[in-house]
Design a protein around this ligand. Structure first.
Ligand code: NAD
Length: 259
C-alpha cells in the first residue's frame, strides 16, 4: 500500500489502533484520530510505518461534529495528496434500559457511531471516485446484525451503519471504490473492559470470571477477537483480491451470530 493514505477514525485505542498499525505495516501513510493518549498511539504506529518510509499524522476532529470531520478529510488530502482508505471506526457505548436511557447519550451515540460515517464518507468519496480507487471500511458490530438488551442506541446506530454500507456499495458498484462493514463480536478493548468492570462489580466476581461470563453468554468460541486480527481483515479488504467484495457485513465474532 505504498503511496496510499488511510484515515482511521478513533485510532488512538483498541480496534482503530490495531487497524492503523496493520495498514501502516503495508506501507500506507496513516492519519490517526481520537482522544486519550495520542502520543503513545502515534509512536506505536510510527514504529511500524517508519521503516517502510510511510508517514503518520494526527487530526483531533470530534466525530460528533460534522464540520470537524470534513476539515479532517481535507487536512489528510492536503498533507498526503489523497484519502484512499477510510476506516470509520470511532464509537462509544452506553448500557441502560430504554426508559432510563439518557436522551443526550442517545444523541451522542447516533452522532459518533452513525452520523460520522455519513459525514466522513461524503467528504472522502469524491476524491476516491476521481482516482477510481478507494476502500471504505465501516467498523460496525455484531450489533449491526442482531440485538442485545440495554443497548438500544448502539444497536440502532450499528444497524444503521450496515444499511448505509449497503447503500453506498450500490452507489459505487461500478467504480474502483468498495464499501464494506466489519462486524466484530467481543474484542477486549477499553470499551469492553468497562462492561467487564461493571459486570465484575455487580456480581462481586473477579475480572477473569466476569470476562468468562461475558464470553460464554454470546461468543461460542469463548475467545476474544483481537485488534490485530481485525487489522488483518482490513488489509485483505484493501487488497486487489477483494475488489468484488462489496456491501458485505463481515462478522468476526467467534460464532456469535451463527446461533
Ligand atoms: P475504544 O474505546 O478502545 O476506542 C474508541 C476510539 O474512538 C478511541 O480512539 C476514542 O478516542 C475514539 N473516540 C470516541 N469518541 C470520539 C469522538 N467523539 N471523536 C473522535 N474519536 C472518538 O473502543 P473499541 O472497542 O476499539 O471500538 C472501536 C469501534 O469498534 C467502535 O465503533 C465500536 O463500536 C466497535 N466495536 C467494538 C467491539 C468490541 O468488542 N470492542 C465490538 C464490535 C464493534
Amino acid at each position: 500500500m505504498k503511496g496510499k493514505t488511510a484515515l482511521v477514525t478513533g485510532s488512538t485505542s483498541g480496534i482503530g489502533l490495531g487497524i492503523a498499525k496493520a495498514l501502516a505495516a503495508q506501507g500506507a501513510n496513516v492519519m490517526l484520530n481520537g482522544f486519550g493518549d495520542i502520543e503513545a498511539a502515534q509512536a506505536e504506529v510510527a514504529a511500524v510505518a517508519g521503516p517502510l518510509g510511510a508517514k503518520v499524522s494526527y487530526h483531533g476532529a470530534d466525530m460528533s461534529k460534522p464540520a470537524e470531520i470534513e476539515a479532517m478529510v481535507r487536512a489528510a488530502e492536503a498533507e498526503f495528496g489523497s484519502v484512499d482508505v477510510l476506516v470509520n471506526n470511532a464509537g462509544i457505548q452506553y448500557v441502560a434500559p430504554v426508559e432510563d436511557f439518557p436522551a443526550e447519550r442517545w444523541d451522542a451515540i447516533i452522532a459518533i457511531n452513525l452520523s460520522s460515517v455519513f459525514h466522513a464518507t461524503r467528504a472522502a468519496l469524491p476524491g476516491m471516485k476521481a482516482r477510481n480507487w478507494g476502500r471504505i471500511i465501516n467498523v460496525a458490530s455484531v450489533h449491526g446484525l442482531v440485538a442485545s438488551a440495554q443497548k438500544s442506541a448502539y444497536v440502532a446506530a450499528k444497524h444503521g451503519v450496515v444499511g448505509f454500507t449497503k447503500t453506498v456499495a450500490l452507489e459505487t458498484a461500478t467504480t474502483g471504490v468498495t464499501v464494506n462493514a466489519i462486524c466484530p463480536g467481543w474484542v477486549l478493548t477499553p470499551l469492553v473492559q468497562k462492561q467487564v468492570d461493571a459486570r465484575a462489580a455487580a456480581a462481586g466476581v473477579s475480572d477473569d470470571e466476569a470476562k468468562r461470563a461475558l464470553l460464554s453468554e454470546k461468543q461460542p468460541s469463548q475467545q476474544f477477537t483481537t485488534p490485530d486480527e481485525l487489522g488483518a481483515l482490513a488489509v485483505f479488504l484493501c487488497s486487489a483480491a477483494a475488489h468484488n467484495l462489496r456491501g458485505a457485513a463481515i462478522n468476526m465474532d467467534g460464532g456469535w451470530v451463527a446461533q
